[in-house]
Design a protein around this ligand. Structure first.
Ligand code: SAM
Length: 252
């Protein structure tokens, strides 16, 4: 018979081995996750670089674009906007929030030789910055950044902070609408009012681009718009932050 101390020693060794094996297994699983995540990150980064290069090629820019990270629209979304604007040559584009997207769209209008971008911007300093960028690129004639402070307005029976839209020409028909504002922090479903405020001004066949469509708020907004506007088709775009394109197809 083994003495008790030997039995205790064997039991402790077995426990230690089991614990070590458990830890090794966890590290093994974690390494797989890290490897998969790193593949996804690299693929995502490469996709943005390809889109950025595509943008510079399609737009033939002689000056660099501002940042396309963080708050700005991502290169893949900007490339979707560019392809649409160059293929369909919209006469009038309205944007909710200004920035790199304003430059990109203004350059499309310049290349097309017609069209105008109206960009609603709630932040006066940011509006000034976008105007400076337009000037730097020689694009001021193709886009107007409108000072449009957010003010409480009623839509669908509730109050929302929404852009002052009185700077938009009264008879304006919108061929392309780009919704990348207001920022999420301003209210839940912050971009919902774009529907009740602007969809009534869409021309037949107009396209609406919504950025950040992967966020739960934007998903809910899309569902509300689908309920309220069955005549507007929705399609998902495969973009970094999620995006959707809506098409206004009124029945004859
Ligand atoms: C999602 S951003 C708009 C991005 C714009 N469409 C673009 O492509 O650059 C929405 C709003 O955030 C504000 N904003 C943009 N960049 C910002 C920054 N770096 N810090 C704080 N606010 C910012 C601006 O007022 C802008 O209208």
């Amino acid at each position: 018979m083994f003495p008790l101390t030997s039995l205790l020693f064997i039991a402790a060794t077995l426990l230690l081995c089991a614990y070590t094996l458990h830890k090794v297994r966890l590290i093994h699983l974690m390494l797989h996750d890290v490897r998969d995540q790193s593949h996804r990150d690299n693929a995502g980064l490469f996709r943005q670089l390809e889109a950025l290069q595509g943008l510079y090629t399609d737009l033939g820019l002689s000056h660099s674009l501002p940042d396309t990270r963080g708050w700005a629209a991502s290169p893949d979304f900007l490339l979707e906007l560019t392809r649409h604007a160059q293929a369909e040559k919209p006469r009038t584009i309205v944007e909710c929030s200004s920035g790199t997207s304003t430059l990109v769209l203004a350059r499309c209008m310049q290349i097309n030789g017609s069209g105008k971008v109206y960009s609603l911007e709630h932040d006066a300093a940011y509006a000034r910055q976008t105007r400076q960028q337009l000037e730097r690129h020689g694009l001021s004639a193709w886009a107007e950044v409108l000072d449009a402070p957010l003010a409480p307005q009623e839509f669908s029976g509730a109050i929302w902070p929404w852009y002052a839209t009185d700077g938009l020409p009264r008879e304006l028909e919108i061929d392309m609408l780009v919704i990348d504002g207001p920022p999420q922090a301003t209210r839940s479903l912050a971009r919902y009012p774009a529907g009740p405020a602007l969809f009534g001004r869409l021309s037949a066949g107009a396209a609406v681009f919504l950025d950040d469509a992967r966020r739960p708020d934007e998903q809910q907004i899309l569902r509300r718009w689908a309920d309220e506007h069955p005549e507007i088709e929705q399609r998902e775009l495969r973009c970094e932050k999620g995006a959707a394109v809506l098409r206004y197809r009124p029945r004859a």
